[in-house]
Design a protein around this ligand. Structure first.
Ligand code: S3P
Length: 436
């Protein structure tokens, strides 16, 4: 299938700013939003979800679930989801845009039902590896055509498996667990390293019995989920990372991002920032729908380079583009290793980060799975290729806020996949992002 053409794409430029101040309310967590829709769609009863990320990725999940008979509607601030006893055969292809989480988790979910679905996506998603989910799901009994999109899935009659994940991936773990809900027997997943556990937490919230013992997760098949009634999605720590780094590297800045999820499997980036000397504070800690949240306050800081321990990588896997920017403004070297997974994200992120930094005059050295950035003054004056990657686009715009010369990006359209309203939010805090 031909890649979809995005019509709203437009280049943008970010100019140096004087200060960033105020409240930066960022959208709901992407991972939690996908899972909230999926579990509510197959649970008994009605779920009212507030704080849902209304980014394109999540809206693609909603549209796919609707096409398989779940009722999903927005009412005021809340999304109302009425679950179905079984997903129905969709009438046409399910277009999932740029969203790897939709493709991989839905592959698992759909595998549990006697339906055939064809997933399609944009040029970036169509290049991403799907064998990591089709392999275990095929062992459970699902049938697949092709290891990349367009991907045909035929589900039904699953048998539970015991599976050791070859890569630390929450998407793969989640796909197997979602399939396991409708498999005969007990599904067991072993993780090589801890990854985000939103699926496990949310399955419990929906009344499932799931046992987590260190690296081993066990889930009995045939369990019916029950809606918790309401579910509140906390703000996305991966989205919060952009205004936070922007404030840290900009003089006279002080901003607060309210309601940010601080799940210990997602906080590696914040640990790293603290080690770099960042002035960030976690205020008003509390619990929200099975997750811990806090308001994060960030003030201008003199950052210093650090070595990021490779075992921390899974807990900050989406934050390396923006860490690259923080590193560019830090004193000394920042070393990142164990980054192989970055090569198969929305873009080859390792290459895209190195290209973005080098283009702006930042000294950086990349290896097969490593990156070393030498911080200092940043020249800028560059045009960044975003490679259909929202996090590269936002990182480049943050870079431009503090480089000597403005930084342009080829397209701002992809930002809407995970952070609609990013440019308006940043401009409201003092940024100067505009049309090229
Ligand atoms: C996600 C898991 C991560 C992450 C992605 C969201 C999830 O991917 O990069 O943005 O919601 O499970 P991997 O599982 O491929 O590491």
């Amino acid at each position: 299938m031909k890649p979809a053409i995005r019509t709203e794409d437009a280049p943008a430029v970010s100019r140096p700013v004087a200060a960033l101040r105020g409240i930066a309310a960022v959208p709901g967590d992407k991972s939690v939003s996908h899972r909230a829709l999926m579990l509510a769609a197959i649970a008994e009863g009605e779920t009212l979800v507030t704080g849902l990320l209304e980014g394109e990725d999540v809206l693609h999940t909603a549209a796919a679930l609707r096409a398989m008979d779940a009722e999903i509607e927005k009412h005021g601030d809340a999304w109302r989801i009425r679950g179905v006893a079984a997903l129905r055969q969709p009438a046409g292809d399910l277009y999932l845009g740029n969203s790897g989480t939709s493709a991989r988790l839905l592959a698992g979910l759909v595998s549990g039902y006697p339906v055939t679905a064809v997933f399609t996506g944009d040029a970036s998603l169509s290049r991403r590896p799907m064998q990591r989910v089709t392999l275990p799901l095929a062992q459970m009994g699902a049938k697949f055509e092709d290891g990349t999109l367009p991907l045909r899935v035929r589900g039904g009659n699953l048998q539970a498996i015991r599976y050791t994940l070859p890569v630390a991936s929450a998407q793969v773990k989640s796909a197997i667990l979602l399939a396991g809900l409708n498999a005969a027997g007990e599904t067991i997943v072993l993780e090589p390293a801890p990854t985000r556990d939103h699926t496990e937490r949310m399955l419990k919230l929906f009344g499932a019995e799931i046992a987590v013992d260190g690296a081993e997760i066990r889930l009995k098949g045939g369990q019916k989920l029950k809606s918790p009634g309401t579910l509140q999605v906390p703000a996305d720590p991966s989205a919060a990372a952009f205004p936070i780094v922007a404030a840290l590297i900009t003089r006279n800045s002080d901003l607060t991002v309210p309601n940010v999820m601080i799940n210990p499997r997602r906080d590696g980036f914040y640990k790293t920032l603290l080690e770099m000397g960042a002035d960030i504070a976690f205020e008003n800690r509390r619990r929200l729908s099975g997750e811990e949240v806090a308001d994060i306050r960030a003030r201008s800081s003199r950052l210093k380079g650090v070595a990021v321990p490779p075992q921390r990588v899974p807990s900050m896997i989406d934050e390396f583009p923006i860490l690259g920017i923080a590193a560019a403004f830090a004193e000394g070297e920042t070393e990142m290793t164990g980054l192989a997974e970055l090569r198969v994200k929305e873009s080859d992120r390792l290459a895209a980060i190195a290209e973005m930094l080098a283009g702006a005059g930042v000294k950086c050295q990349s290896g097969e799975d490593s990156l070393r950035v030498t911080g200092g003054t940043v020249k800028g004056g560059s045009a960044v290729k975003t490679h259909l990657d929202h996090r590269i686009a936002m990182s480049a715009l943050v870079l431009g806020m503090n480089a000597a010369e403005p930084v342009a990006i080829d397209s701002a359209g992809m930002i809407a996949t995970s952070f609609p309203g990013f440019i308006d939010l940043m401009n409201g805090l003092g940024a100067e992002i505009g049309a090229l």
